[in-house]
Design a protein around this ligand. Structure first.
Ligand code: TRP
Length: 352
């Protein structure tokens, strides 16, 4: 059944949540801990828009469009696997490229965005360093496009002052600051058109990779993907970095900053076991092998229901979920754009 058609009285005045993810591969435990876990918790209370940001993925993968296209399906399956539920009337899966209004909105917002804001954005600076290839113009102003992603769900300030909530990791905070600066510059230059947004930061901003590097990343080969089978997960856990100074199982080891224990802290519900392992590790009475075996049991148990839901999602018409959510969002984008054009006098002013 298609979602109800959008009308003026936005559904029961629920606060709106919008967030997004770039489709450049399957999602991993880092995505779950840093983002998806919180999204799942929000979906019963808010009107939620979960965006697959395929246009933004082009900012870094313009030369690999097939990867982006294929990853849209992977991400959709991962969304369903972790328990996001687009059959709820207030949960919308949306595809960025299927809402062309966002591109138009990006252009208008870019006119009130000093370019220096992009250049001084620390996430842009870091990502440009990491990119390892020439930076495109599209990359440099993607925070403006992200502002459009967020602001298109802003209520009309003349009707409501409710802000848009954006659950994200810490690295996205500079973009949300840009979004708010852009919204107020637009409102100041023209007329009140957008409300502000507010970041919702998760409990664990970042999960280290299995090699102990600061984050999981496909290019570093240090990820455990949500869709990985048992054998792959076991292999990744066996190969995890631990205390580099510990040579023998009876050497006293360090727990702080040790990736295996960071994972135990996050995923192991049996806190007594974790404390016992830590104590014995520090004393040198438990080996890395046992600590990893216990972690393997914990992670497999965590992933099992996710794998199960993924298997059943693979049999569903998942495209329909994305189409319905996107149609719903698009109707809202059209309304926002009418308001925006009006504010900039782009509604055929001389023909009245
Ligand atoms: N920049 C985000 C990331 O890389 C993805 C994203 C696109 C996003 N549009 C968004 C996040 C809007 C929050 C709101 O993960």
């Amino acid at each position: 059944m298609p979602k109800f058609v959008y009308n003026n009285s936005m559904s029961e005045n629920l606060k709106r949540v919008l967030t997004g993810i770039r489709p450049t591969g399957p999602l991993h435990l880092g995505h779950y801990i840093g983002a998806l876990k919180q999204w799942v918790a929000l979906q019963d209370e808010y009107e939620c828009f979960f965006m697959i940001a395929d246009v933004q993925a082009l900012t870094t993968h313009a030369d690999n469009p097939k990867l982006i296209g294929d990853s849209v399906r992977e991400v959709l399956l991962d969304f369903l696997a972790v328990g996001l539920d687009p059959t709820k009337p207030h949960v919308h899966f949306i595809l960025q490229s299927a809402i062309p209004e966002l591109t138009e909105l990006t252009v208008y917002l870019s006119m009130v965005t000093p370019f220096t804001w992009m250049q001084s954005n620390p996430t842009i600076q870091q990502e440009s360093k990491d990119l390892g290839k020439a930076i495109s113009t599209g990359f440099m102003y993607y925070p403006v496009s992200q502002a459009a992603d967020i602001l298109f769900v802003s209520p009309d300030p003349s009707e409501s002052s409710e802000e848009v909530l954006v659950p994200v990791g810490e690295d996205q905070v500079p973009h949300l600051r840009n979004t708010n600066s852009i919204a107020s510059a637009f409102n100041r230059t023209y007329s009140p058109t957008f409300n502000e947004c507010k970041p919702l930061l998760g409990e664990y901003p970042r999960l280290v990779g299995t090699d102990g590097q600061s984050k999981m990343s496909k290019s570093l080969g240090n990820c455990i993907n949500l869709k990985d089978d048992e054998k792959t997960v076991e292999r990744m856990i066996k190969g995890m970095f631990t205390d580099p100074n510990r040579i023998h199982p009876n050497d006293p080891g360090t727990v702080e900053g040790n990736p295996v224990f960071l994972y135990h802290d996050i995923f192991n519900p049996n806190k007594t076991e974790v404390e016992d392992l830590k104590k014995r590790y520090k004393e040198g009475t438990v080996g890395d092998v046992e600590v990893k075996e216990k972690l393997n049991v914990v992670i497999q148990a965590f992933l099992e229901p996710i794998r199960e839901r993924r298997r059943s999602a693979e049999k569903m018409d998942i495209k329909k979920f994305l189409e319905d959510g996107t149609d719903f969002a698009r109707a809202l984008a059209v309304r926002t754009l009418i308001r925006t054009r009006k504010a900039i006098h782009l509604d055929y002013p001389s023909l009245k």
